[in-house]
Design a protein around this ligand. Structure first.
Ligand SMILES: [Zn+2]
Ligand SMILES: [Zn+2]
Length: 250
């Protein structure tokens, strides 16, 4: 009994030490300028001025900023049926934000995920809770891609957001069944076909009425539609999403 107690204490001590060493080796950095962040300022005040937060008026479907509040939907969403119910974004995808997400994905700055999640909770936490989200699901990467990159960027944000808001995170709710070509290389028509049946639900999600999908960037919504469709076909009701970067309608 005593040995078990001492062992538990030792494991706890090691875990704390591990966290401490990680902080020393990898101090939290501002995701905008990549400098070591000052205590209490995950994003430098100066950097905050350089990025554009997504604010109303936004498209009531995809959350893209629109030019005036008489506009209910952006150009992409007018007359188009999406598979998801509604989505929200954090920042306008331009300059510093573009570079931040690039470093996050390709230069192993996975710590940015914590800051992104904090910011998302601050901006859209009320909206998320109001929609009675029962599970948060990151958009999955194709397994080979995940192995090469070492992590799934959407999963990092999803886990943190779930922790902050106290919502369960389902990492394996669905999978990517095909290694699709990068969406940015294709036109809208090709994008749709590229993603057709590219996701498959792994579980019966019929008991989940409302799911929040997390992705890093929203472009035309084709990825999100394919992901939402897979979950809806498995029985889910309303699919919402949150992303970090999004374009504007103007
Ligand atoms: Zn900064
Ligand atoms: Zn829209």
């Amino acid at each position: 009994m005593k040995i078990k107690y001492i062992l538990n204490k030792f494991v706890k001590f090691c875990k704390n030490l591990d966290g401490f060493c990680m902080e020393l080796l990898y101090p939290p950095r501002c995701p905008v300028c990549d400098e070591v962040a000052a205590e209490g300022f995950p994003i430098c005040p100066g950097c905050r001025k350089r990025i554009r937060e997504v604010k109303e008026p936004v498209c009531q479907k995809c959350g893209k900023p629109v030019s005036h509040n008489r506009k209910e939907f952006c150009r992409d969403c007018v007359g188009r049926n999406h598979e998801f119910t509604q989505g929200k974004a954090l920042w306008v995808y331009e300059k510093d934000v573009r570079q931040s997400i690039y470093r996050f994905k390709y230069q192993n700055r996975r710590d940015y995920g914590k800051v992104y999640a904090m910011e998302l909770a601050e901006a859209w936490g009320t909206w998320i809770l109001k929609n009675h989200i029962q599970a948060i699901a990151p958009v999955p990467l194709y397994p080979g891609k995940k192995r090469r990159r070492g992590f799934n960027q959407a999963e990092v944000v999803a886990v943190e957001l779930g922790r902050i808001l106290g919502i369960p995170v389902e990492k394996n709710l669905f999978i990517r069944t095909r290694d699709t070509r990068p969406q940015k290389e294709l036109n809208v028509w090709e994008r749709k076909n590229n993603l057709k049946k590219s996701f498959k639900s792994r579980k019966n999600v019929v008991q989940l009425e409302c799911i929040l999908i997390i992705d890093d960037i929203y472009t035309t919504g084709s990825t999100m539609d394919a992901a939402a469709l897979a979950l809806r076909e498995a029985g889910a009701g309303n699919i919402y999403f949150c992303c970090i970067g999004i374009g504007t309608d103007f």
